[in-house]
Design a protein around this ligand. Structure first.
Ligand code: PMP
Ligand code: GLN
Length: 414
């Protein structure tokens, strides 16, 4: 016994000797240093920099205002009403019904609430559970567009598969379709698409989405879509891949209440798709968290049933915030790449001394009083050079906060 605790006590100082899947997870996310130490995620690092310096945090994407009162009140009422024990494993029936109604109302999708959907601890758990459930070994490949949300590479590495990336290049951040086709093969188990896209703000065109389906059919791959910004598309209604011909039978669609209702801390997400795929995901999910958030689940059901105006207004308000942020960034000397959806504006800092955007972002809190994230944090190590100069700013903040950030950046850029 003493020997065991000695061994592990010592290992705390030499993390590299602790064996286990954590190492490949950290390496997959680009967080494992050569000496075996593990760095915090870029979001944790940058939020800590904001707290330390008092800088405005346009790094981690979370709103600084509460969401709709109906949703907040419904959670309070659920707690008062005793919804404080484990909910059913698939989720509270009222939320399962509300997700099904929402998918029909907005997209015409027909989802059986009893068999084809489960509630998860945010989109993150849905993604990780789906990847762990469907990946079967080191020969399996997962194709993603790059840059990608950080949890994708971490979860694919944890699951022990190979990540295959297809580059998205500025200014439009649409994939080259020939390159995409060449990246998908019979080894491809999953094509994982985030639309609208974090961090680039891209919304993929119909020809890209159609190609996702064609390639998945051709190589018998599962499509996993991450649509957490589904209600934050600015120029055209969001089009889930599952609505395309031939897609629904092989697609797992993931979303989350966090962005739609400004409740990122509640961690209520969901995943839907064919019953057999959902059963596979549930099998893993039930041993990750089992369940979560029982009073929040009915509250999100109320949110999903809000009138159309709520959803349209949320997108319009965020679009306006991007314009304010974009104007400030331009005044400061950045070249702005306006987003088509989602929380983030990407800007090129090369002209104001940010050719190395990772170093630029590390210095920015002290130098300008603003926190932002280099796009290279969303890119595998080998491809970082292609994104140097690009910086991601979160626009999901109050207008006065964005205006203050813009003023600080303009003063800095001059
Ligand atoms: N996917 C994307 C693209 C995201 O941006 C985020 C969070 N910002 C997530 C997944 C995670 O969502 P959740 O907080 O619901 O786990
Ligand atoms: N998804 C949020 C972002 O992209 C961060 C969430 C997190 O910290 N993991 O900023």
């Amino acid at each position: 016994m003493a020997k065991v605790s000695f061994r592990y006590g010592l290992s705390l100082f030499f993390m590299s000797v602790i064996p286990g899947a954590w190492r490949r997870t950290a390496a997959g996310a680009g967080l494992l240093a050569a000496d075996g130490t593990v760095a915090p995620t870029i979001f944790a690092e940058m939020s800590a920099a904001a707290a330390r310096t008092g800088a405005i945090n346009l790094g981690q994407g979370f709103p600084d205002e509460d969401g709709p009162v109906e949703v907040l009140e419904a959670a309070r009422a659920a707690i008062a009403g005793g919804a404080n024990q484990y909910p059913p494993g698939r989720g509270v029936p009222d939320l399962l019904a509300a997700i099904s109604e929402h998918q029909r109302r907005f997209y015409g999708l027909d989802i059986d609430p009893d068999r084809e959907v489960i509630v998860t601890a945010g989109a993150t758990e849905a993604l990780t559970a789906a990847l762990l459930a469907l990946i079967d070994g080191p020969d399996d490949e997962v194709v993603v567009f790059e840059p990608y949300y950080d949890s994708y590479a971490a979860a694919v590495a944890l699951a022990g598969a190979k990540l295959v990336t297809v580059p998205l290049r500025a200014p439009g951040f649409q994939p080259d379709l020939d390159r995409f086709a060449a990246s998908v093969s019979d080894r491809t188990r999953i094509i994982l698409v985030n639309d609208p896209h974090n961090p680039t703000g891209a919304v993929f065109g119909a020809e890209v989405l159609t190609e996702v389906v064609r390639l998945a059919q051709r190589h018998d791959a599962v499509i996993i879509t991450d649509e957490v910004y589904e209600h934050l598309a600015f120029h055209a209604p969001h089009m889930p891949i599952a609505t395309l011909p031939g897609a629904a039978e092989r697609t797992l669609t993931i979303s989350s209440a966090g962005k739609t209702f400004s409740t990122t801390g509640w961690k209520i997400g969901w995943i839907h798709g064919p019953a057999a795929l959902i059963t596979a995901v549930l099998t893993v999910k039930q041993y990750l968290t089992y369940v979560n958030g029982s009073p929040f689940q009915p509250a999100i059901a109320a949110g999903l049933r809000l009138p159309d105006a709520y959803f349209a207004d949320a997108a319009a308000a965020l679009s306006r915030k991007h314009e304010i942020l974009g104007a400030g960034l331009r005044a400061a000397g950045f070249t702005v790449l306006p987003p088509q959806g989602g929380y983030f504006t990407v800007a090129d800092a090369t002209d104001i001394g940010g050719a190395d955007s990772a170093a630029f972002c590390r210095a920015l809190p002290e130098a300008a009083g603003v926190v932002a994230i280099p796009l290279s944090a969303f890119v595998s190590e080998a491809h970082r050079d292609a994104y140097t100069g690009l910086v991601r700013f979160a626009a999901c903040k109050r207008v006065e906060v964005l205006e203050e950030a813009a003023a600080r950046l303009a003063a800095f850029g001059r």
